[in-house]
Design a protein. Structure first.
Length: 27
């Protein structure tokens, strides 16, 4: 696997994690 792909996936996971945390805080 290329490092760029790993970075891309890691960024998406981090965004999803932050997004879900924000939703939990709002709700």
């Amino acid at each position: 696997m290329s490092s760029s792909f790993v970075t891309f996936v890691f960024t998406i996971i981090s965004c999803l994690y932050c997004f879900s945390k924000n939703l939990m805080v709002k709700v």
